[in-house]
Ligand binder design. Structure first.
Ligand SMILES: Nc1ncnc2c1ncn2[C@@H]1O[C@H](COP(=O)(O)OP(=O)(O)O)[C@@H](O)[C@H]1O
Ligand SMILES: [Mg+2]
Length: 257
């Protein structure tokens, strides 16, 4: 079954065609890797889906319903969460408070409402605290709940970034470079977490990544963007052998290496 599809999705920034006519279908339950050289349009494609940018042209359908033009928190409510390359965290708050805050903000409840001391808000607060604690336990960072975020190593901040997405109980997560900046050991841990979310919770995952090793082992299928266009789609094996991909991307990293 198809959960997300984009049809001729296009985003221009002035004269720059960041995303051009991208038609792509994501299947329910799969891990789809999205790769391509710097500037290929990967992050822009994510921002279009998550509602942070409006398409110039084209459509985005989630479970058969149009979602283009929705606000980010409405997209979250439909079941799609996003993690950012650099996690957007409140550095002076604790790990648990960050997850609670994300749970409120991303579902469209204002900070001010969440701070009101009415019985119904108190109930929601307690519920959200419980949900946030569960998320931290699930991600294996429960023992960090009361640590201040600014004191965390980068690897833990990236895991926390995943927590901010998970607290909204998504059916699908868009991960923008979850392994960037991680050590090999941290990368292994993050790969295992992504696999666990997909395997145990059947969360559909769309994954942007520069670490080709990680993306090739994790993904069921891989889509390749170059200059805003989708130039290839296939299994990791097929992508490794694709002439266009090798020229556009793999060749480039070979030359760099
Ligand atoms: N807000 C913006 N304004 C103008 N140009 C942008 C903006 N965001 C991205 N771009 C341009 O769009 C292209 C695609 O960028 P991006 O989606 O960030 O690529 P990637 O994530 O694949 O590295 C690049 O040429 C980039 O400079
Ligand atoms: Mg990017």
């Amino acid at each position: 079954m198809i959960c997300l599809s984009t049809q001729e999705l296009t985003k221009d920034f002035g004269g720059v065609h960041a995303v051009r006519d991208v038609s792509l279908e994501v299947r329910s339950g799969e891990i789809l890797g999205l790769i391509g050289p710097n500037g290929a349009g990967k992050t822009t494609y994510f921002k279009l889906i998550s509602g942070f940018l409006r398409p110039t042209r084209g459509r985005i359908l989630y479970r058969g319903r149009e979602i283009s033009g929705l606000q980010p928190n409405q997209v979250v409510k439909r079941g799609i969460a996003t993690t950012f390359q650099i996690p957007a965290l409140f550095p002076e708050m604790t790990v648990l408070q960050n997850v609670v805050m994300a749970g409120f903000l991303r579902s469209g409840i204002s900070i001010w409402d969440s701070l009101l001391n009415t019985p119904s808000i108190r109930r929601k607060q307690q519920e959200m605290q419980r949900r946030a604690s569960d998320v931290l336990e699930y991600l294996g960072i429960g023992d960090l709940a009361n640590h201040v975020v600014s004191s965390l190593p980068y690897g833990h901040k990236k895991i926390l970034g995943l927590g901010l997405a998970l607290v909204t109980s998504p059916e699908m997560i868009l991960l923008d470079e979850p392994f960037s900046g991680l050590s090999p050991v941290e990368t292994e841990g993050m790969v295992a977490l992504v696999r666990k979310l997909n395997g145990e919770r059947q969360i559909t995952i769309l994954l942007i990544e520069h670490n080709l090793g990680a993306v090739m082992t994790l993904s069921h299928r891989i889509a390749v963007l170059n200059l805003g266009r989708l130039i290839a789609l296939g299994t990791p094996q097929e992508i490794r052998q694709d002439k266009l991909v090798v020229d556009a991307y793999l060749g480039e990293s070979d030359r760099a290496a």
